[in-house]
Design a protein around this ligand. Structure first.
Ligand code: 1GP
Length: 244
């Protein structure tokens, strides 16, 4: 059977991908499972679970288990810290927040988690995580030295450095709920000369914005807040058809 990474790379050969981010702290596990199931029916390619700090292991596990029971697409952890790990997921993005000022987010939490994740047998997908202005909550919590919205050189440098270090994916993040997503020229610059897939997220809430992000060079787009707004089903369905 294919693992999650093989599945993602195979899908990327034929289309752009959309992943739905669910914060386990925002709703009950059964509501999270319902959102995941509808998102799958509307064409989302994977469910990502994360976004909270200080969430209990119990709620995280319960949310992952309920979502796993409801969908057949991959369920991937998107952790904030080493504590946000559940053995019930299909895989975990093993991330480094490259432009944090605190080594804890670059390699410290990873050092704390690596051995037990290895023992758990959870599939790891390495990811270079780069936060661009405004950064929102993750910018603050992650003690990020934010990349300015016109700083092409810095974003290119981080993206390429992550690729050379062997990271499988690069994620450009504007922050959940950002008024605008990562600017197109920044996405284009990061993608230039990059062989690994580029993920873009933060502030993508409608089909036209998603299309612009994909046209600029994103291979995978992430939306989180979108599913928290009434009438999201129609919006998500249109967004997914628009990016391909
Ligand atoms: C957070 O980029 C994601 O990591 C999602 O952002 O909530 O703005 O869609 P939104």
């Amino acid at each position: 059977m294919m693992n999650v990474w093989e599945h993602i790379t195979e899908q990327l050969r034929i289309k752009k991908l959309h992943m739905t981010l669910i914060d386990p702290d925002e709703q009950s596990a059964s509501d999270a499972a319902r959102v995941a199931k509808i998102s799958e029916e509307l064409g989302t390619d994977a469910i990502m679970i994360g976004g909270s700090t200080g969430i209990s292991q119990e709620l995280l596990d319960e949310t992952v288990i309920r979502i796993k029971e409801s969908v057949s697409i991959p369920v991937i952890l998107f952790p904030t810290t080493a504590s946000a790990v559940s053995r019930h997921a299909d895989a975990i993005y093993f991330m480094s927040l490259l432009n944090s000022k605190n080594p804890k987010f670059i390699i410290g939490e990873q050092q704390r988690a690596s051995v037990f994740i290895g023992k758990m047998g959870l599939e790891t997908i390495s990811m270079g995580y780069i936060v661009i202005e405004p950064g929102m909550k993750v910018g603050e919590i992650g003690e990020v030295d934010l990349i300015k919205r016109n700083d092409v050189g810095r974003v290119m440098g981080y993206a390429k450095a992550a690729e050379i270090l062997g990271m499988k994916l690069i994620y450009l993040e504007a922050g959940s709920g950002a008024p605008e997503p990562v600017p197109s020229h920044i996405i284009k610059a990061a993608k230039e000369g990059l062989a690994v897939p580029l993920i873009v997220g933060g502030g993508i809430r409608d089909p036209d914005t998603a299309k612009a992000v994909v046209d600029a060079g994103a291979d995978i787009i992430i939306t989180g807040t979108l599913v928290e707004v009434d009438g999201w089903e129609k919006n998500l369905s249109e967004l997914i058809s628009k990016i391909n």
